[in-house]
Design a protein around this ligand. Structure first.
Ligand SMILES: *Cc1c(COP(=O)(O)O)cnc(C)c1O
Length: 382
């Protein structure tokens, strides 16, 4: 009944974890879910109020424009200027997305012919792979290992693959490893892209979730980046707006036009009232972002201190709301955590083969629950 490409879609490990979780819940286990990459904090009140107001205006009830409201695109351009010092032409170098997943899932369709390679980090956000499969491209996994500080070694990619590569995804601050881009990495990526004519897609969903004074850069800050690539960004993680479905793709106008052309044929844009609320978020006070980071930072410190007290050697992340814990066997480890302690952590292999040997904890639960998780793990003899 199903098309052949369906069998190439990754086995949905997360669905399997949900099943195991449901089993535990049926037994009455009090689950501490540190699996989901979805903030537990609510969207700030001024943003919600802005949506309510905009929803009452009948002008907003029609089909939105494909690329986004001019005012939303201007607000994105202003935010990029203020936050990263990156200048964007709001008319050509910014488009609205229904969350960055929308852009990531569709970009390959605009640039990849059957058999072309797409370079994607492993472990990585699973949609890099599925988007490639929909375009009938081939995924070349760039392993992110502790030894290389979770940065891909571009010179290790075979000449044959590089020659047939059309697109490369990069993602810093990184999900799931929580790594940040070291100085010079984006320079190296731009040079590589120029030399081999590869379109770069930087996924910067976590740029605002950072600690200890770290400020994550945009890929587009690097000289020449504008000529070779685009950046996908999103309000989801910055403003606790995962359910709202709004993001943006910015950068090279020609690349964006390709993505825009695909999208024009498959969707009809983002509800104008949601765009209005997003304008409020981008133009308003950013104190809510600072407050959220302070909350994540406390949770991070409790989890890291706790894990270290259990004998784990785990680095404290500078950004994202994840902790990437090295373990012996990730499937066995997560299964044990869930069945014996009621804790959900995501096995690293769910993000690609190079994720084996790790589990990912999300800091999306209150400090008290994280403390409780540590105490339960202490009793487990891990
Ligand atoms: C959450 C996430 C996204 C997508 O978020 P949207 O809600 O679709 O904007 C993209 N990339 C990574 C790495 C993520 O973790």
């Amino acid at each position: 009944m199903y098309a052949a490409r369906m069998s190439n879609l990754p086995p949905y490990l997360f669905a399997r974890i949900d099943e195991m979780k449901a089993e535990q819940q049926k037994k009455g286990t009090d689950i501490i879910d540190l699996g989901v990459g979805d903030p537990d904090l609510p969207t700030p009140a001024h943003i919600v109020a802005s949506l309510c107001e905009a929803a009452k205006n009948p002008d907003n009830h029609h089909y939105p424009s494909y690329a986004g409201m001019p005012e939303y695109r201007s607000a994105v351009a202003e935010w990029y200027k203020k936050r990263f010092g990156v200048s964007l032409d709001a008319g050509k170098e910014v488009i609205a997305l229904m969350g960055s997943k929308d852009g990531i899932a569709h970009i390959a369709e605009a640039f990849v012919n059957p058999g072309d390679y797409v370079l994607a980090p492993s472990p990585g956000y699973p949609v890099y792979r599925t988007g490639t499969l929909f375009a009938e491209g081939r995924v070349h996994e760039m392993p992110l290992t502790a030894q290389n500080n979770f940065i891909p070694l571009l010179e290790k990619i075979s000449k044959k693959v590089v020659k047939a590569a059309k697109l490369m995804f990069i993602n810093y601050p990184n999900n799931p490893t929580a790594a940040i881009a070291p100085d010079g990495f984006y320079r190296e990526v731009v040079d590589f892209a120029c030399e081999h004519e590869i379109v770069i897609v930087s996924d910067n969903a976590y740029s605002e979730i950072a600690y200890d004074g770290y400020r994550a850069p945009s890929f587009l800050e690097t000289k020449g980046a504008h000529e070779v690539g685009i950046e996908m960004h999103s309000l989801s993680k910055t403003y606790n707006m995962t359910g709202w479905r709004i993001g943006m793709a910015v950068g090279n106008a020609e690349i964006l036009a390709g993505l825009g052309r695909i999208k024009t044929n498959v969707d009809s844009g983002v509800f104008n009232a949601v765009q209005q609320a997003a304008i409020t978020a981008l133009r308003g006070s950013q104190d809510c972002v600072k407050d959220a980071c302070a909350i994540y930072q406390e949770r991070r410190d409790v989890l890291i201190t706790g894990l270290r007290s259990l004998g784990f050697d785990v680095p404290s992340p500078k950004a994202t709301f994840y902790v990437w814990l090295p373990v012996h066997d990730c499937m066995a480890f997560s299964a044990k955590l869930l069945s014996e302690a009621g804790i959900v952590a995501t096995p690293g292999v769910g993000f690609g083969s190079s994720g084996e040997g790790y589990v990912r904890f999300a800091l999306t639960r209150p400090v008290a629950r994280i403390r409780e998780a540590i105490e339960r793990m202490r009793r487990l003899n891990l």
